[in-house]
Design a protein around this ligand. Structure first.
Ligand code: AR6
Length: 171
């Protein structure tokens, strides 16, 4: 499995699956979530409603993942995961790690060979970028995901790219 970091808008990625940093309600939001729904069109939201109907309380537990169509995106699937909100003094790294592990496993089950991740929780949810990158890289490297040949971190901004490039070099 090849793992790489690139600076890009994830909605333009030509991979089998892209991962959305969603929220438990699954009905869209700002940041990368808003960009994915805007670029992928209403089919994604329609399938999110279906996935939501199957979840207890209509909520996706943080650290879990569900898949929908990619709609108008080049990617065939969008995998929606809800990251933890960063809270100083509370260790929620296992939940952040789980977002990557569960998304990779789901992509593998679907038959994807390539997947792109954003920096989950490192925007609105406030996770410090360097630590977000370390958790992401170690989670991906430790996960057995049969069939996945390419994992690409698709990152907005130089700071995110630097953090993930460094984490890849050190992990
Ligand atoms: N391509 C790649 N990365 C992006 C893009 C893009 N098009 N747009 C933003 N990012 P965030 P979170 C980066 O806030 O912290 C939403 O409202 C961004 O610069 O999107 O997990 C959801 O509905 C940052 O580095 O996700 C949730 O309520 C990273 O993606 C909440 O925000 C993650 O930032 C989730 O917050």
């Amino acid at each position: 499995m090849h793992v790489e970091a690139v600076g890009t808008d994830i909605t333009t990625e030509r991979v089998d699956a892209i991962v959305n940093a969603a929220n438990p309600g699954l009905l869209g939001g700002g940041g990368v979530d808003g960009a994915i729904h805007a670029a992928g069109g209403p089919e994604i939201l329609a399938e999110c409603r279906q996935r939501k109907a199957d979840l207890p309380g209509g909520l996706l537990p943080r650290g879990q993942a569900v898949a929908t169509t990619g709609g108008r995106l080049a990617a065939r699937w969008v995998i929606h995961t809800a990251g933890p909100v960063y809270a100083p003094g509370k260790d929620r790294r296992a939940v952040l790690r789980s977002c990557y592990v569960q998304s990779l496993r789901l992509a593998s089950e679907l038959g994807a060979e390539s997947i792109a991740f954003p920096a989950i929780s490192a925007g609105v949810y406030g996770w410090p970028m360097d630590d977000a990158a370390r958790v992401a890289v170690s989670a991906v490297r430790d996960t057995d995901a049969p069939g996945i040949e390419l994992v690409r971190f698709a990152l907005f901004g130089q700071r995110a790219l630097n953090a993930f490039t460094q984490a890849l070099a050190n992990t």
